[in-house]
Design a protein around this ligand. Structure first.
Ligand SMILES: [Zn+2]
Length: 420
């Protein structure tokens, strides 16, 4: 595999502006010993090479700096002034030196710490690791997880918190994929892990990316649309139920022996939800040892949908006002799994878990099948009006097309479209 590794923030502690003179090439007389290389970064690169992989540093910084770090410290090839997240320089470099072409994306992995790295990888169609060294130990847990959720939504294929975890991805790329992105995938993303007032844990998880725009081949957008489809087939429902059942029965149980789960439920369907009983039919189809119950219902007074509310607090208010815990199941001290199809702002997860905790529940595991990842545009301009084109996916057949979205579809473009 060719492993593209970002430099600043990924291998060196150089995101501070104090290093700009060196990174921009204005100070070319620096000593490499002046550069704070992250502890274990050299070992990390050596391990990747020892596993037989080619490592290439890909950096936006100046050649005079990147060249010396790559040669003198890490002994690897490099591309400087890469112009992330634009793909043209890196694509050309890889074509010229590594025979990069359509179909060879799967031989590549990009490791980086910033949005630009992940957007670049997604635009090239190659898998990516977001390396996030930020700690969660101190401060307001919810605020720290909110900030982490922003990074998760960059839409990287993998999310790692140490070099060790990146090596784990390189050694076992399929098992380290998300549960709904590969049959062997064992990973989920963690949007929250918090001790709640009843002494239990409140945990939010996401199982697959609802990617917008460009992405690597693992993105789960097609499955997301199939799940919402009016005519979703029984075969599709069985297929996705099998993956989620495997997650609940094997992976959740294995990792939470201290929390035998008493109940599993889903976010209630409204009478207007399409397909009808979207979540409840899915809950019925699951093959899990946990007892299935319906705990929530919508008020008769509800009008409109959560999608019409854009920000977190108005979404929270909407759910809080119109959804209630209506079951006569005694939740005191019980551990409950809640399933939802989509994690966007986290408002539904926040609100419903608070309602269950108020009803006496101990631990809550809120599982969203899909989470909304950032929209990564193509490096393509509309040929008619020159605005940035988007990549869209047709709900009817899953086909992808370029679009210059006009105002009626939330854009400011001219309506140009072209199939991919
Ligand atoms: Zn246009």
């Amino acid at each position: 595999m060719k492993i593209l590794v970002d430099l600043d923030g990924t291998l060196t502690h150089t995101n501070d502006i104090a290093f700009n003179e060196i990174k921009y090439g204005r100070n070319q007389t620096f000593q490499t010993s002046d550069i704070p290389v992250i502890e274990d970064a050299k070992n990390f690169i050596e391990r990747l090479k020892a596993l037989g992989h080619t490592v290439i540093i890909v950096s936006d910084s100046h050649h005079a700096y990147v060249n010396r770090l790559a040669k003198e410290v890490f002994c690897v090839d490099h591309l400087s002034l890469a112009d992330k997240p634009n793909t043209s320089k890196l694509a050309e470099f890889l074509r010229k030196n590594f025979d990069f072409q359509e179909g060879s994306e799967k031989d590549y992995l990009l490791v980086g710490d910033s949005k630009l790295d992940i957007y670049l990888a997604r635009a090239l169609g190659i898998a990516s690791v977001l390396l996030d060294f930020s700690a969660l130990e101190e401060g307001n847990v919810r605020a720290l997880y909110r900030a982490r959720a922003t990074r998760i939504k960059y839409g990287s294929t993998y999310y790692c918190r140490s070099y060790e975890e990146v090596v784990g991805v390189v050694e076992n790329p399929t098992t380290q994929l998300l549960t709904l992105e590969h049959k062997s995938g064992e990973q989920t993303v963690r949007f929250l892990n918090e001790r709640n007032k009843n002494g239990g844990l409140t945990m939010f998880r996401g199982l697959g990316r609802q990617n917008q725009g460009l992405c690597d081949a693992h993105g789960a957008l097609k499955r997301y649309y199939a799940f919402q489809n009016q005519n979703r087939s029984e075969a599709f429902l069985q297929d996705i139920s099998r993956d989620v059942s495997r997650y609940i029965s094997e992976l959740v149980s294995k990792n939470s022996k201290a929390h035998p789960w008493d109940y599993i439920t889903c976010v209630a369907d409204k009478t207007t939800t399409r397909p009808p009983r979207k979540m409840e039919a899915f809950l019925d189809a699951l093959d899990v040892p946990t007892k299935k119950v319906n705990l929530f219902s919508w008020s008769d007074k509800v009008s409109g949908s959560i999608r019409q509310h854009k920000d977190t607090s108005s979404r929270y208010k909407f759910v809080d006002e119109f959804v209630s815990v209506t079951s006569d199941v005694d939740l005191k001290g019980k551990n409950v799994i809640v399933l939802d199809d989509q994690y966007t702002t986290g408002a539904t997860a926040d609100c419903l878990s608070a309602k269950l905790i108020d009803a006496g529940a101990c631990s809550i595991l809120f599982v969203a099948l899909f989470y909304l990842a950032d929209d990564v545009g193509p490096d393509v301009k509309c040929p008619r009006c020159g605005k940035d084109a988007k990549i869209k996916l047709r709900k009817s057949d899953g086909g992808r097309f370029y679009s210059c979205p006009p105002p009626e579809y939330g854009g400011s473009g001219c309506g140009w479209m072209k199939n991919l």
